[in-house]
Design a protein around this ligand. Sequence first.
Ligand SMILES: NC(=O)c1ccc[n+]([C@@H]2O[C@H](COP(=O)([O-])OP(=O)(O)OC[C@H]3O[C@@H](n4cnc5c(N)ncnc54)[C@H](O)[C@@H]3O)[C@@H](O)[C@H]2O)c1
Length: 253
Amino acid sequence: MRLKERVAIVTGAASGIGRAAALLFAREGAFVALVDCDEASALRTLDAIRDANGQGSVHQGDVGDGDLAKTIVDGLVSRHGRLDVLMTAAGWSCGGTVVTTDPADWDAVFRTHVSGTWLWARAAIPQMQRQNKGSIVTISSQLAIAGGRSNSAYIAAKGAIISLTRTMAVDFAADGIRVNAIAPGAIETPLLQRSFARHVDSQGMRETSRNRHAMKRFGTAEEVAEAALHLASDASSFTTGIVLPVDGGWLAA
Ligand SMILES: NC(=O)c1ccc[n+]([C@@H]2O[C@H](COP(=O)([O-])OP(=O)(O)OC[C@H]3O[C@@H](n4cnc5c(N)ncnc54)[C@H](O)[C@@H]3O)[C@@H](O)[C@H]2O)c1
């Protein structure tokens, strides 16, 4: 078991990549705190964890709320005495160019992705410093590196996550804390379905996106979860500050 007796937080754990990572981390022995605004779906993730004899807890709320992050981290540390892994996977996108994006949507996307990474790291790092050990896994996107069409707030926020990941990796390397980002390609999740649904020719967009990957297919949430497990566990003990594409060759093609 690669996360035996570890304590992990996964945000966005009710669905898609966060759900798959939470299930895998629990299967690998971690106690997993599941954070999401969708409590009912997060409880279904917890049921699946318990069905597989794993352990976890559900915490409902908005990841852009720094008080929530602190309360959840403090509660976990007082119950379990430690915090080993933070994975920040909560996210959504609104679409639009810089001209068509509503300023309120822009702020909300940045709040979820950028503050939703920063505030959880801010809450988690002091305990990881006390342990002199911890792993933070953030979720960017291949689009932050390659660029993309009509998704400006999301792509800019994903770029900020890469910068934030690198600066945290440098600032806290001496404390035994590793910080790495994953840049997934297009992954079959409700988020991907919703982003295709925004287009008039959603089926055409699906095909274009699928064929943009060298592997000519979409990824699965489980494939991203395996990369997250690698970065969360001691298997990646000399890896920090990287952006790991899990993108079926999107960036190479
Ligand atoms: N699916 C893809 O193709 C793809 C590609 C690259 C990056 N990503 C990123 O991966 C992460 C997971 O996405 P997914 O595809 O699994 O999406 P998803 O929609 O399946 O899951 C996202 C989860 O985040 C939760 N969430 C959203 N905003 C929140 C908030 N403010 N507070 C708390 N919870 C919130 C949702 O309720 C949902 O459960 C996101 O950061 C996304 O941007 C996805």
